[in-house]
Every structure is written in structure tokens, then in C-alpha cells.
Design a protein around this ligand. Structure first.
Ligand code: HMG
Length: 438
């Protein structure tokens, strides 16, 4: 049985690996060799990656793929996507190519406001707290001025602070609900620093507020933190075309559009379907968010909360077929940054941003949203026509062959055979086993 370790963080990388191997690896030599095979031969680059997180032992690769031919607001992009799942990059590329000749994607940023909150407990007179907030609000902003000066010079900063009474939900619970404009920064550090300063000022000013009783003067701040729910940091993206431009056969176009709209409408009313539908959207979104060094957990949390904003979890995208025009669009919250964080530190992130023309945060919101809609279009197109497995398995075939350690000769034979046969994991295994027998 392994025993807990004290001071793991203080061990060197080699010592950490050795302790881990001794205690947890079933095959010590292979385990250590696997870890080391992922070390970068450039020691400076390796050190850079080691320092991104804590207790680093090696690198965990994700492939970086490119989806070309994305026409967004009349500008052509090749979009970098970091993702492990086969067929996602192909699907995005496929949708980009499809819409390229139909006017491309139209995107716009609707709003860019971010939110942070100071959560505190005040078990006193509500009216006195309101009066205190009224006289203290300017002080809250003023005492954060050291932190906000540079952001203000660039045109951003604190937008507003309001006092929210949440006592109906929890005894004594209030918030300073604060809104910010953080421009090209995702803003987490800026917002959290401002919030912690607000909390300090709030407590200090309460202590000397003469209208408070002694117990009211002791405001208890529970925490100060940004919210990853950003329903006022919204981007919209859409495609549209006359229905007859969808395919060369008018009947096929009409039938496709109708089935497609029905599929989207199902996701609007059925949560089991909506979750998978939105997962398809996140295939595109997360891949670009990761490739550009942004926080995909924050984006995921915010997007799914938005999808449930009306009380039911629903599809993020919408489709219509009216007056002979097919439209497909979505609106979603995305808090992204193109400065700060990993953007200058991670060489591939830097390169990916360069490839995208060094976008502003607003540009990146539009690019990321487009990748999400494209992905959703490709998935729905497959789902409502051939079924998802045909394309997905075509792309996944390489993984199955790698798993079987297929030789290049076997790969060629498999490719020829499965041009006209349905690909499934067992069918490929059987075929390769048969080849090997012969
Ligand atoms: P296809 O029509 O067989 O492709 O589609 P094609 O061989 O005719 O090629 C057309 C274009 O597709 C290519 O143009 C590429 O843009 C792209 P070209 O480059 O030749 O000028 N393409 C590729 N790009 C890179 N590598 C490739 C490749 N093949 C085609 N190997 C395809 C095949 C897979 C694209 C199609 O069937 C498709 O879009 N399927 C959907 C796949 C998908 O959505 N995958 C996501 C994973 S499934 C999932 O997680 C989500 C889901 O559950 C969500 C939901 O339920 O809503 C489905």
C-alpha cells in the first residue's frame, strides 16, 4: 500500500517521477520511459512548459489541426484547432468549405461586459446598508484606481458597482455586483484584484460608519471573485442562403433544410438532445479556445449556464426556413483574451494568434463562435442525412489501425476494402485479423 507524501512539491522533477513510479506504476521502466519520451529536447522550451503548472512531470500532447477556408465577415481565415477527437477538424473544414461559396459566416459582437462579485454577510438594518453603500460607492472605485489606471487609459475599467440584496435566499447575504470592461484581456486577474480591493474598502469603511451599530460595522466578506457567467459578453454568428443554393437538386435542398430545421427545433425543446447538440458546438469552440491559450473550463461553464438561462437546458443554435431562405445562427457568451495569460508565453499560442491576424478579443470571439457554428452545421448535416458514423468512422479508422499496429501494407488493403464497406471497430479488427491469418 502506498503512503501519503509530505513535500512532494519540493522534490525535483526526477525525484517526483521516481516516487510516482515506485508507488503507482505497474511497469516502472516503461512508465518512466513514456514520461521521458514526451520531454522536449529543447531544455528551455521544456522549462517553459514545466513552469506553466505545478508538479510537472512531462507534457501531454494534443494534436493541433487547421481548418482552412473560413470566410468570416468577408475575411478568409485558417483556424487552428487543438483537440484529440477525430473528425472534428474535418467537419469544421467541411462546413467552412460549404459556406465559402454561399457568402460565408456573418459574425458580430453584441456586448463585452464582464462580471465579478464580492459576497458578504451583513446581519443588520437593510436601509442603513443601502445608505452606507450610497456614500461609499465612489470610495470603492477611487481606492481601486491604482489597479484600474492602465485599463482606463486603454478605454476599459470598472463600469458599475451595485448592491444586491440576496437576503430572501440566504440570511444576511448581500453582494457587490460589479461590471467591468477588460478590452483584449480575458480579465480574470484584473477583475479579481479590483474585487479584493473593493472588499478591503468595504470592510474598512464600515468600521468607521457612524450610523452602523458596533455589530453592523463588522461586515463579513465571504469571498471576492469574478463570475464565469457572462451573459452580457455576447457574440452572434450566422449563415444564410436561398434554399435552392444549398444543393444542386432543388428537392434535396428543400428536404435537407426542413430536416435540418426540425433537428435544431428538437434540440430547443429536448434537454437530452440539447446537451449533445451543444457538445457538438463545443467541439469547435473548445478546440480554438485551447489553441489560442484561453480558459476552456471558464468558457464551458459560462456557455452551458447560458444554454439553461430560461430554466430549461436548450440548444444554443437556431435555424429557420422562411420565404425560401435557410438561416442558421447562434448567440453565445464568450469571455476571451488575446493579451495576457499564455498568449505571449506559449510559442504555439503566439503562432496561432499570428495565424489569425493577431485578433482583438472581439475578433477572437467571432472566430471562436464561427468554429462552433460550423461544427454544429457539419454534425447536423451528417446526422440528418447519412448518419454520424459514416464520416466519423472514416476519420477514426486511422486510430483503429494504430491500435492494431497495422503495417503500411495492411493500411492500404484496409483503405481499399472499406471504401465500399461500413466501417466499425469490430469490422476493421476482423478484416485485419483475416489479413494476418492469410
Ligand atoms: P465527406 O463529405 O466525406 O468529405 O465528409 P470529403 O472527403 O468529400 O471532403 C470534403 C471536405 O471535408 C474536404 O475538402 C475537407 O474540407 C473536409 P478538401 O480539403 O478536400 O478541399 N474533410 C477533411 N479535412 C481534413 N481531413 C480529412 C477530411 N475529410 C474531409 N480527412 C466528414 C467527411 C467527416 C467531414 C463529414 O462526414 C462530417 O462533417 N461529419 C461530421 C463529423 C462530426 O461532427 N464530428 C464531430 C464528432 S461527433 C460529435 O462529437 C458530435 C455530435 O454528437 C454532435 C451532435 O450530435 O450534434 C455528432
Amino acid at each position: 500500500m502506498t503512503i501519503p507524501i509530505n513535500g512532494f512539491s519540493k522534490l525535483t522533477k526526477e525525484e517526483k517521477i521516481s516516487w510516482l513510479a515506485d508507488n503507482y506504476f505497474s511497469d516502472i521502466e516503461t512508465g518512466i520511459a513514456t514520461i521521458k519520451s514526451y520531454w522536449n529536447t529543447d531544455s528551455k522550451l521544456q522549462q517553459l512548459h514545466d513552469e506553466f503548472i505545478e508538479n510537472t512531470i512531462t507534457n501531454f500532447y494534443l494534436p493541433l489541426g487547421i481548418a482552412p477556408n473560413f470566410l468570416i465577415n468577408n475575411r478568409l481565415y485558417s483556424i487552428p484547432m487543438a483537440i484529440e477527437e477525430s473528425s472534428v477538424v474535418a467537419a469544421a473544414s467541411n462546413a467552412a468549405k460549404f459556406w465559402l461559396s454561399r457568402g460565408g459566416f456573418h459574425a458580430e459582437v453584441i456586448s463585452t461586459t464582464k462580471i465579478g462579485q464580492v459576497h458578504f454577510i451583513f446581519k443588520g438594518d437593510n436601509d442603513k446598508l443601502k445608505a452606507f453603500f450610497k456614500v461609499t460607492k465612489s470610495k470603492l472605485i477611487q481606492e481601486a484606481s491604482e489597479l484600474t489606471r492602465n485599463m482606463e487609459k486603454r478605454g476599459g475599467g470598472i463600469l458599475d458597482i451595485s448592491l444586491r440584496d440576496k437576503t430572501a435566499d440566504m440570511e444576511g447575504y448581500y453582494q457587490l455586483h460589479c461590471s467591468f470592461e477588460t478590452l483584449d484581456a480575458m480579465g480574470a486577474n484584473f477583475i479579481n484584484s479590483c474585487l479584493e480591493q473593493f472588499a478591503t474598502t468595504l470592510k474598512k469603511e464600515a468600521l468607521s460608519y457612524a450610523n452602523f451599530s458596533e455589530s453592523e460595522q463588522r461586515i463579513e466578506v465571504i469571498m471576492s471573485i469574478l463570475s464565469n457567467y457572462v451573459p452580457e459578453c455576447l457574440v452572434k454568428v450566422g449563415v444564410e442562403c436561398p434554399v435552392e443554393s444549398l444543393f444542386s437538386d432543388p428537392k434535396q435542398s428543400e428536404a435537407f433544410a426542413e430536416r435540418f430545421v426540425t433537428a435544431v427545433n428538437i434540440a430547443a425543446i429536448e434537454p437530452y438532445r440539447a446537451v449533445t447538440h451543444n457538445k457538438g458546438i463545443m467541439n469547435g469552440i473548445d478546440a480554438v479556445v485551447v489553441a489560442t491559450g484561453n480558459d476552456f473550463r471558464a468558457v464551458e461553464a459560462g456557455v452551458h449556464a447560458y444554454a439553461a438561462r430560461n430554466g430549461n437546458y436548450a440548444s444554443l443554435s437556431h435555424a429557420s426556413l422562411e420565404n425560401g431562405v435557410f438561416k442558421f445562427w447562434m448567440e453565445l457568451p464568450l469571455a476571451l483574451g488575446t493579451v495576457g495569460g499564455l498568449t505571449k508565453l506559449h510559442p504555439l499560442v503566439k503562432l496561432n494568434l499570428d495565424m489569425l491576424g493577431n485578433p482583438t478579443a472581439k475578433d477572437l470571439m467571432m472566430i471562436v463562435a464561427t468554429a462552433g457554428l460550423a461544427q454544429n452545421f457539419a454534425a447536423l448535416r451528417s446526422l440528418t442525412t447519412t448518419g454520424i458514423q459514416e464520416g466519423h468512422m472514416k476519420m477514426h479508422l486511422g486510430n483503429i489501425l494504430s491500435e492494431l499496429k497495422a503495417t503500411s501494407q495492411e493500411r492500404d488493403l484496409v483503405e481499399v476494402h472499406f471504401k465500399n464497406n461500413t466501417i466499425s471497430h469490430s469490422a476493421v479488427v476482423d478484416f485485419v485479423n483475416e489479413l494476418r491469418k492469410n
